[in-house]
Structures are given as structure tokens and as C-alpha cells.
Design a protein around this ligand. Structure first.
Ligand code: GAP
Length: 450
């Protein structure tokens, strides 16, 4: 994990928020490469679940909503974790994490229920702590104006259920999809971007007829798991975890987590829940609006059940980075003597790699080569995310690109000046092929789509 964190900072994937002021725990900024990776992930999710599905539509709801939303949804009452405080140093922890020995080996914690900060074992009784951030609408900081930053995106898909139905002529089964910022005042921090206080959630609320929900749950579970395999995550690093009844959220009839084998152990990467008709019913009760669905063919009215596949985008990025990270002792080139140097290869999937192509002049002190390389760069830029790099030896530049997962590197050499061909090097096989500059766009597009 330390190596991945270091790579992320060094190469511009992820930085600590407000770092120049000492940083803030569990808040992270995405650097240039991280931001591009996240865009690719968002685009792939939208392509798969909005564009390629016939009956799923996107919305974009607000982060701040009417405070009644959180009363109706049950978040005010149930969106809590048990908090304990060390009686000696007053550090606070999640009681269930303490009891499970989550901190053993961190700081001074040698056994379960021992404070990692000071080593003492006396804690206050657990009290329920609500994870929602409070804020105020308008200039008066008063209970009447108090609301919350949303902890999930789901609720605006329920409050807009009738609006979407009335404006889009969808029939059940259908889905509403949304990606958006979510906020949780987490008690246990650490593990890099795995658990943050601010992150993006991508979720779908899929509305089905009651009685059909168990069938749709299975269908979505398979689709959802396949999504992560399609992102290039290795099968052996994914598994399903069926939540026992006692750990189900207040709205759930069944929840399965898709877990990933992170460097710190198996943990939830994404989830899928059968939310029943809990949310629509509650919002009907609290708002006085009828949120039932009228089935024209069957001539009946009902509250649809909801199947909800959900994931945190940053958590998915962490899993993708961990899965793609490889270290090669002595380097990959067998033509030169192994130097014992460790080479890093980030084997990111084509869809996710932030930089698709790097353009490198063989040397930078030959103006004709540099000029030609810049022309190739300008030609490719409108079609692919590209990087131009002329600093250091060609071997070093290949390694720099391998480290950030660049798919192909194009080298402009002296032959280029004679015959207008370049070499295209493949990140994974390191094979090089000679290609006419005029054929580059077509060839690279074909490779990307393969
Ligand atoms: N609407 C359902 C819902 O919000 P959740 O399991 O609480 O379900 C959804 O959260 C996903 O968001 C999780 O599967 C996880 O990927 C991600 N997630 C949850 N808490 C997170 C946190 N503090 N930091 C980063 N990602 C988080």
C-alpha cells in the first residue's frame, strides 16, 4: 500500500487535500492522472448502464436536499456507527472496528479493544454517532434551516421517481442512474482513499414489480460483478459477501457486497441491495404525494421494489490501481544485463488508462527529430489522450510511461526523417512495430477498440 500511495503522489494520481497546511485526514484530491482515470471510469459506467441499456435514464440531483428527505429515508435515525472514546487520551474509534481488532499492529494496539494512540484499554460506553454532515440553508444558523450533505445519491432518484416517470414514458422494469458527490463523517480513517469523508458514488435504482425482485437481484448481481471484470480486475481478487440478516441496512431485504482483495485484506468494493419498496413508501408517507406506479396492462397500482447496484468511484480506482500494480525485479529488458533495479508496470485496462499514447523523439538535441515528434503529437492529440516526453534516455522514458500505464509509446528516430515511419511500442509485450505516420490514427483506434 505504501508503494502505491507513493506512486500516486509522485506521478500525479492522488494528493492529500490541503497538503500545504498539513493535510486533512480522509480527504483526497485527484491529480491530473487520477482525474483522467476517474473520467474514464465514469464514462465506462455510463456507457454500460445508461447507453447500452434500453430503460435506464440518468439524472443529476443536488447534494443539499429538503431536511425531511433524511427523516423519511431513515438516515437521521439509522445512518449511525457506534462510537467509543478512549478514557485516557480521548481519541475516538468505531466500537465494532475496535472489537474486531481492526487496529491491532497499528500504533500501540497489540490486542483487541486497545487504543492505538496510547495503549490504554478503558473506553466509554458506545454511543450512536450520525455520519451525516450538518449544514444550514440560508444565512441563519438555526435548527429550522438545518439540513445535511447527502451521504448517498439514491434519495434524489426516489424523490424524482414520479418526475422521471411522467417525463419519459418508461414502464417497469426501469432504472434511474446517477453519479455524484457524497459525504460521510467517518469515524475510522486510514487506508488511503478506501474510506474518505467525501467521494463519488455511482448508483442505479432499478424499479421492478414486487415478486420479481429476487429474480432481478440475481440478474443485477451478475451484471455488476461482470462490470468489475470488464475493468480488467483479476477474478481471483474478487469475491461475493452475502450480508447476514443482522448486518443489513435498515431498508434492505438482501445485500451482497462485491469484495476486493486490497493490500490490507478483503473489503467491500461495491454492493448490491434489494431496497424493497421502503424508500418510495416512506417518501409517500412523509410528503403526502402518491409515489405508487400504475401498471396500465395489469390495471394495478403498487409501490415498486428497488434493486440498487452501487459503488464508490474512488474506492474502485484504488482497487484498479492495486490490481494493475506490478514490480519487476531487474527490469523487463532481457537484452541488457539485469541491474537489480525494480521496474514498475501499471497494467491498466485500455478503457481506464489515463494516457493512451506517449510521443518520444529519440533524442532532444536534434531539432528535426523534435519538430517531427511535435507534429505527430499535434496530429494524435485530438484523437487520444497523449503525452509528449523528451527528457532523459529513451529507456528511462519507456519506464516512466510503463509506470503510469501508458498503452503505446511512439518513437520518432532518424529513419522517420527518411521514410515517415515511427516505432510503436506496446506496454505489455514491449514489442515494437514500424508504422507509417499516415496510418497511425487508424491503427491506434483499431488497437484501442480491440
Ligand atoms: N445507496 C447505497 C449506499 O450508499 P453504501 O454501501 O453505504 O451503499 C456505496 O455505499 C459504496 O460507496 C460502497 O460500496 C463503497 O464502494 C463506497 N463507499 C462507502 N463509504 C465510503 C467512504 N467512506 N469512502 C469511499 N467510498 C465509500
Amino acid at each position: 500500500m505504501t508503494k502505491i500511495i507513493s506512486l500516486c503522489k509522485r506521478r500525479g494520481f492522488i494528493f492529500q487535500s490541503s497538503e500545504i497546511y498539513g493535510g486533512v485526514e480522509a480527504l483526497w484530491d485527484l491529480g491530473p492522472l487520477g482525474a483522467m482515470m476517474k473520467k474514464n471510469l465514469r464514462d465506462f459506467w455510463t456507457k454500460k448502464f445508461v447507453f447500452e441499456e434500453e430503460n435506464i435514464v440518468p439524472i443529476e440531483g443536488t447534494v443539499l436536499m429538503h431536511p425531511k428527505v433524511w427523516e423519511a429515508s431513515g438516515h437521521l435515525e439509522h445512518f449511525t456507527d457506534p462510537l467509543v472514546e478512549c478514557k485516557n487520551c480521548h481519541f475516538r474509534y468505531r466500537a465494532d472496528h475496535m472489537a474486531a481488532g481492526r487496529f491491532i499492529g497499528q500504533g500501540k494496539a497489540k490486542v483487541k479493544n486497545q487504543c492505538p494512540n496510547c495503549g490504554e484499554k478503558e473506553f466509554t460506553e458506545p454511543r450512536m454517532f450520525n455520519l451525516m454532515f450538518k449544514t444550514f440553508l440560508g444565512p441563519i444558523e438555526d435548527k429550522a434551516y438545518q439540513t445535511y450533505l447527502r451521504p448517498e445519491t439514491a434519495q434524489s432518484m426516489f424523490t424524482n421517481f414520479q418526475n422521471v416517470l411522467n417525463s419519459s414514458r418508461l414502464k417497469i422494469p426501469f432504472g434511474i442512474a446517477q453519479i455524484g458527490r457524497s459525504f460521510r463523517n467517518e469515524i475510522t480513517l486510514g487506508d488511503f482513499i478506501f474510506r474518505s469523508r467525501e467521494f463519488d458514488i455511482a448508483e442505479i435504482e432499478y424499479f421492478v414489480e414486487p415478486g420479481e425482485d429476487e429474480k432481478w437481484f440475481e440478474i443485477w448481481l451478475d451484471k455488476w460483478e461482470k462490470f468489475f471484470l470488464d475493468l480488467g480486475i483479476k477474478k481471483e481478487n474478487l469475491r461475493r459477501f452475502e450480508h447476514p440478516k443482522e448486518s443489513l441496512a435498515h431498508y434492505s431485504k438482501r445485500t451482497v457486497d462485491i469484495e476486493y482483495k486490497f493490500p490490507f485484506g478483503w473489503a467491500e468494493l461495491a454492493g448490491i441491495a434489494n431496497r424493497t419498496n421502503y424508500d418510495l413508501k416512506k417518501h409517500s408517507q412523509f410528503s403526502g404525494q402518491d409515489l405508487e406506479y400504475y401498471d396500465e396492462e395489469k390495471k394495478k397500482k403498487y409501490f415498486p421494489f428497488v434493486i440498487e447496484p452501487t459503488m464508490g468511484l474512488e474506492r474502485a480506482i484504488l482497487a484498479i490501481l492495486c490490481d494493475a500494480y506490478q514490480e519487476i525485479e531487474g527490469g523487463r529488458t532481457k537484452t541488457t544485463k539485469a541491474t537489480k533495479e525494480i521496474e514498475i508496470l501499471l497494467k491498466l485496462d485500455k478503457k481506464i488508462a489515463p494516457i493512451k499514447i506517449a510521443i518520444l523523439p529519440l533524442v532532444r538535441n536534434k531539432p528535426e527529430l523534435v519538430k517531427k515528434a511535435k507534429e505527430v503529437y499535434q496530429m494524435l492529440k485530438p484523437h487520444f489522450t497523449c503525452q509528449y516526453d523528451e527528457l532523459g534516455s529513451i529507456g528511462r522514458r519507456y519506464r516512466r510511461q510503463d509506470e503510469i500505464g501508458t498503452l503505446w509509446t511512439i518513437t520518432i528516430d532518424f529513419d522517420t526523417l527518411k521514410d515517415d515511419t515511427v516505432t510503436v511500442r506496446d506496454r505489455d509485450t514491449m514489442k515494437q512495430e514500424r508504422v507509417k505516420i499516415g496510418d497511425l490514427i487508424k491503427l491506434l483506434k483499431e488497437k484501442l477498440e480491440k
